[in-house]
Design a protein around this ligand. Structure first.
Ligand code: AMP
Ligand code: TRP
Length: 337
């Protein structure tokens, strides 16, 4: 049996944080030997929010280096940059023309970001999920590992596939586009902000204190955890809807220490509240990120290494992407050159 194919990506906007790691990248790493993997740095998506052209290339490199630092093995997985393969933009146009506008207007992330970005809402922000669908469909991916927030975009991708295959490939034995499945792990799927336990940890939150970056040094991590929002109740518990910060911090500790919820609950029962817990959480976060940081600096300091990885990725991914694009164009009736 050939291995099932995985595709996923992260935007190179700002710095990756532990939400990106626990919700997405860590799951890619753990499962990478079981699948054929494609991991892309989705730089075209970064233009949907105001961006700084002086930083885009550097953030793209940093994100790719962090994939490797987190444990993605370039021998095992294909790592590439979305904008290096023009088929992503081209398939987006073709799929735009079969995607009803009201499907896009329904997207929760669009509505949320549109409110946040105020005057700065470009057509790309609305179109963002079609570009994401193109990323996935070009590679005929079976599975898409993402955090909970991307579930609706995956459903839209599936709707596009059904519509496309129905309208343009109903006479085929093998569907032109493969129907992908989301792969959403329960734990870590939604890491919440350190300053507000009801909103998710996000790169776009104006406060640096709301998130822990993968490259934060030990002092910064300790400071962020020391100052993070908690409450005045001494007992520490999971699952109390009135205490979202408490649930979030305990969950973070459980995931990063590899302990079960029950074990963490038992450990916390002996503590005298936040004063005991916070230093322990800080130490656990620092220790978990330390090997990632060491590897990151090795990767970026080895001259030419990252460029070679991205070039190989571009070649391998490009061959597959342009083949799918050709089939889509042929099904749509284009005069092929
Ligand atoms: P983004 O930062 O929007 O490019 O997201 C990249 C990946 O990280 C996606 O799979 C998201 O679902 C995931 N992700 C982003 N923020 C979080 C979070 N706070 N908790 C869990 N997963 C997240
Ligand atoms: N929209 C995703 C996010 O913000 C990033 C993304 C773009 C993606 N294209 C993708 C994720 C394809 C998985 C597959 O998290």
């Amino acid at each position: 049996m050939p291995k099932q194919r995985i595709l996923s990506g992260v935007q190179p906007t700002g710095n990756l944080h532990i939400g990106n790691y626990l919700g997405a990248i860590r799951n890619w790493v753990e499962n990478q030997v079981n699948y054929e993997n494609f991991f892309c740095v989705v730089d075209l998506h970064a233009l949907t929010a105001p961006h700084n052209p002086n930083e885009l290339a550097e953030h793209t490199r940093r994100t790719a280096a962090l994939y490797i630092a987190c444990g993605i093995d370039p021998q095992q997985s294909t790592i590439f940059v979305q904008s290096h393969i023009s088929a992503h933009a081209e398939l987006t146009w073709l799929l735009n023309c079969i995607t009803p506008l009201n499907w896009l207007e329904r997207m929760i992330q669009f509505k949320e970001k549109a409110i946040k970005q105020g005057e700065n809402v470009n057509a790309g922000l609305l179109d963002y999920p079609v570009l994401m669908a193109s990323d996935i469909l070009l590679y005929q991916a079976d599975l898409v590992p993402v955090g909970e927030d991307q579930k609706q975009h995956l459903e839209l991708t599936r709707d596009i596939v059904v519509r496309f295959n129905d309208q343009f490939g109903s006479d085929r034995d093998v569907p032109i586009l493969k129907l992908p499945e989301p792969l959403i792990r329960k734990e870590g799927a939604r890491v919440m902000s350190l300053t507000d336990g009801t909103s998710k940890m996000s790169k776009s939150d104006p406060s640096e204190m709301s998130r822990i970056h993968l490259l934060d040094d030990a002092d910064t991590i300790a400071k962020k955890i020391k100052r993070c929002k908690t409450d005045t109740i001494r007992e520490l518990e999971f699952d109390n809807p009135d205490r979202p910060e408490c649930h979030n911090l305990l969950s973070l500790y459980a995931i990063l220490s590899g302990k079960t919820k029950e074990a963490v609950q038992a450990e916390c029962a002996d503590m005298r509240g936040w004063g005991d817990f916070k230093p322990l959480l800080a130490e656990t976060v620092i220790n978990s990120l330390q090997p990632i940081q060491t590897k990151y600096y090795e990767v970026v300091n080895e001259k030419g290494y990252l460029d070679r990885v991205l070039k190989a990725g571009r070649e391998k991914a490009g061959a597959i992407a342009f083949e799918t694009l050709k089939q889509v164009k042929s099904a749509l009736g284009f005069l092929l050159p």
